[in-house]
Design a protein around this ligand. Structure first.
Ligand code: SF4
Length: 185
C-alpha cells in the first residue's frame, strides 16, 4: 500500500502503533470511513476531514507555488475515478514521458516530471486533487522545495493528525498507483 505514498503517510502509520491518541484517531476514521459505502461520498468525507484538520496550520505554502507537483504522486483507484469524472485536461506529452520514466525506467528532465494536471502553475483538478497533494505543507521558504535547489533546507510542517485520516483511507482502499500510470488504466 505504501509503495507509491509519501513518507509522511508511512510515518503516521508507524506512529499509530505507539501513540494512543493517534491509534484512537485511526480506529475512529477506519470505522467512520468504512460506514460510507458510496466511493465518491467516502472520498469527499476524507477530503473534507483532511482539509478541515489542516485549516489552521501555519503553512508557508503560497497560492501558485507548485514545486511539490514535480514529485511522484500516488492515489487510490477511486481518487482517479473521481478526477476522471471531472474530465480534466492534461498534458499528453508529459504523460508519455512520465510513463517512460516510471514504467520503463527511461530518464527524463526535471521539467518533464511536473504533474500532467499542472497547467501554467495551476492545478487543473484542484477540487479533486489527491489526498497526498493536500498533505504537502512546509514552514520553510517554498522556493527551497524546488528539486533543482536541493542544497536548501526544507522544513515540513507536522500534518500527522491529518495524515492518519489518509492512513485509514488507504488501509481501506489499498490499491494505489502513480498518477500517469493510473490515468491510462
Ligand atoms: S494533482 Fe494538482 S496538486 Fe497534485 S501534483 Fe498534480 S497539479 Fe499538483
Amino acid at each position: 500500500m505504501y509503495r507509491f505514498l509519501p513518507q509522511i503517510i508511512h510515518n503516521a502509520q508507524v506512529e499509530c502503533r505507539t501513540n494512543d491518541e493517534l491509534k484512537k484517531r485511526l480506529v475512529f476514521y477506519l470505522k467512520s470511513i468504512s460506514m460510507i459505502s458510496d466511493p465518491e461520498k467516502r472520498l469527499e468525507f476524507v477530503r473534507e476531514e483532511i482539509d478541515k484538520t489542516l485549516e489552521s496550520i501555519d503553512s508557508s505554502c503560497e497560492k501558485g507555488c507548485h514545486f511539490c507537483c514535480y514529485h511522484p504522486i500516488g492515489l487510490a483507484k477511486s481518487e482517479m475515478r473521481s478526477i476522471k469524472e471531472f474530465s480534466p485536461r492534461f498534458s499528453q506529452a508529459r504523460l508519455e514521458q512520465q510513463i517512460d520514466f516510471y514504467a520503463n525506467n527511461i530518464a527524463i528532465e526535471y521539467e518533464q516530471k511536473k504533474c500532467v494536471f499542472l497547467d501554467n502553475g495551476q492545478c487543473g483538478v484542484y477540487a479533486k486533487r489527491p489526498l497526498v497533494c493536500r498533505l504537502a505543507h512546509v514552514k520553510s521558504d517554498p522556493a527551497n522545495c524546488q528539486l533543482s535547489n536541493q542544497s536548501q533546507n526544507i522544513e515540513q510542517l507536522s500534518v500527522q493528525t491529518a495524515a492518519v485520516i489518509a492512513v485509514a483511507f488507504y488501509q481501506l482502499n489499498p490499491e494505489v498507483e502513480l498518477i500517469p500510470i493510473s490515468l491510462t488504466q
